[in-house]
Every structure is written in structure tokens, then in C-alpha cells.
Design a protein around this ligand. Sequence first.
Ligand SMILES: CC(C)(COP(=O)(O)OP(=O)(O)OC[C@H]1O[C@@H](n2cnc3c(N)ncnc32)[C@H](O[C@H]2O[C@H](COP(=O)(O)OP(=O)(O)OP(=O)(O)O)[C@@H](O)[C@H]2O)[C@@H]1O)[C@@H](O)C(=O)NCCC(=O)NCCS
Ligand SMILES: Nc1ncnc2[nH]cnc12
Length: 272
Amino acid sequence: MLEEVFTAPKPGLVDRFDNGAHSDMDVRTFLLSTAAITPFLREMAELGYHYEGSAEKLFPLLRRSGGAAEQAMFRATGGVNTHKGAIFTLGLLSASAGRLRRSTAQLNAAEILSEAQKIAAPSMKAEFTRMRQLSKDSPELSHGERLFLLHGECGIRGEAAEGFPTLTRHAIPALRAALSAKLSPDAARLDTLLHILLYLNDTNILSRGSHRDLLWLREESRRILSLGGASSEAGMRALKQLNCDCIRKKLSPGGAADILAAALFLCALEHI
Ligand SMILES: CC(C)(COP(=O)(O)OP(=O)(O)OC[C@H]1O[C@@H](n2cnc3c(N)ncnc32)[C@H](O[C@H]2O[C@H](COP(=O)(O)OP(=O)(O)OP(=O)(O)O)[C@@H](O)[C@H]2O)[C@@H]1O)[C@@H](O)C(=O)NCCC(=O)NCCS
Ligand SMILES: Nc1ncnc2[nH]cnc12
């Protein structure tokens, strides 16, 4: 989470250079949030390690811990939602890694993601059934719930139900390729973020903007990568301009930021 937030310049997102499209949070907010959340991620890893029941029966235990982590996040940030999605994704992956650690010394990203899908998929099916019963006009709907009811967007729940395909097919291969090519840490993370932006249906973009904004962001990401990405002068110039454009449009791909954090986490686990 800290490597993600310090990576810069990220389009529309909080980083060490600026607060992106946000007036309610900065790097300090993310530092406070990370400190508040981390103990719960450890708790979810330990739940995964010690729980001996079926994968799907583990999820409700994680949901309780994740809910407590959300409360700790809101207490630490004064009510700002910095990492609600990250708690879900990183919590699930931590539990999955803990569960696999019982039987293997060498953790592998693909196996962690596959186990995470076994843990989450049945509950996500029930979640989609629950969401279908919600009223489209309810003021209580979250961004994700509203997008699901209006447009069938599955968002973070869909990613978990499918075993995080954007992580598996795009984020992790891109990060590994960038690190093998000896890019700087910033450039490797920025190019990975651009690959995530190419494919992720980020409900933050869809709720703050529109589907047209999501397609625009995809095309800009593709163009920057074709210029050579963050390690080229032209690519970095275009990335800085994209950040300005996202700030002007008030667009912030928070989901993509979480998937970057998850890719960094999984690659780090493989080297333990
Ligand atoms: C499953 C839940 C976590 C879903 O809760 P909810 O319905 O409230 O969430 P959504 O509205 O669906 O948003 C989900 C957040 O997930 C990130 N995200 C978005 N799209 C994707 C995607 N395609 N794949 C993966 N992740 C995605 C994103 O989170 C990040 O952005 C937030 C910060 O940005 P900001 O723009 O400020 O966001 P908002 O404050 O919402 O916008 P404004 O109002 O300011 O405009 C931050 O959350 C980042 O993490 C989406 O926001 C929930 O139901 C649940 O189950 N929670 C508790 C259970 C749990 O955590 N269990 C533990 C492990 S199983
Ligand atoms: N760096 C960041 N900026 C804005 N929203 C985020 N959600 C997760 N990381 C974020």
C-alpha cells in the first residue's frame, strides 16, 4: 500500500507529488490508513493459516475482520475512504496466502489467486443475488451497487469472483516484465498501473465520470505505453499531462491503484 501511494506521477491519484483529483486525502491520510489496516491484514492471513474448514466457509470470518478494518480505517482518516477496496482485495489475498502457507513453503501468485477465488466466489454469487433485490433509487447504495443495478457492472466483486483476472493476465505479467527489464521501481510500477488501466473496469472512474471517460483513460494509457512508458521522456511527459487531465476531469482510478498494490504484494510474497 505504501509502495503504491508513493509511486508518482499516477494519473488522478494521491502520490508523493500531489493529491490527484482528491481534496479530502493526501499521502498522510494513506500513511494513517495503512497503519490502521495492516494489523487486520495480518489477522486475515492468520485466519487463513489456522482455519481448517472449506475455503468458502472462511469468507464470512474474513468479512467480519474486513468490516473491523474498515472501521479502523475511518477512525484513522477522520471518515475518509482511502482503502475500502484495498482491505477487501488485500485481505482476501492475505487469507489465501495464509491458507496456502500451511502446506507450502514457496508461495506462488497464481496459486494464491486461485485459492482466493475458491474462498470468495460462492459469497460473491450470494452478494450479486442480494444486490439484485436493492432499489435503484435507494440513497444508501454504494457506487458499486448502483453501477451493478444500472449497468450490470460487477466491479471489485466480479474481480474476486473470477479470481482477479486483471491481476493474473495483465498486472503481474507487466510488473514481472518491467522488473526483468531493470526499469526503476517507479517506472516499473507506473507501467504496471498503465497496463491495469488498459483492462480494469474501475468503478471509481465509472461513478466519478462515465463509460466514455473509462475508454478515454484506456486509450491514453495505451498511447503512453506506445511512447515507451514511464521510462521514456516522451512517455513520462504524457503521463504528467494525463495526471493534469484527470485532475481537471476529477477522475481518480482508485480501483486500479488497489490492483497495483495487490500485484506488488503478490510479487513480494513470491520472494519470501
Ligand atoms: C465488497 C465491498 C468492499 C464493496 O463495498 P462497496 O459496495 O462500498 O464498494 P464499491 O462502491 O463497489 O467500491 C469498491 C472499491 O473497490 C475499488 N475498486 C473499484 N473498481 C474496482 C475493480 N474493478 N477491481 C478491484 N477494485 C475496484 C475501489 O477502491 C479504491 O478506491 C477508493 C478510494 O477512491 P475514492 O474515489 O475516494 O472512492 P470513494 O470514496 O468511494 O469515491 P468518492 O465518494 O470520494 O467519489 C478506496 O476504497 C480504494 O480502496 C472502490 O472504491 C464491501 O461490500 C465489503 O464486503 N466490505 C467488507 C468486507 C471485507 O472487506 N472483507 C475482507 C476480505 S474478504
Ligand atoms: N493512491 C491513491 N489515490 C487515490 N485513491 C486510492 N485508492 C488506493 N490508492 C489510492
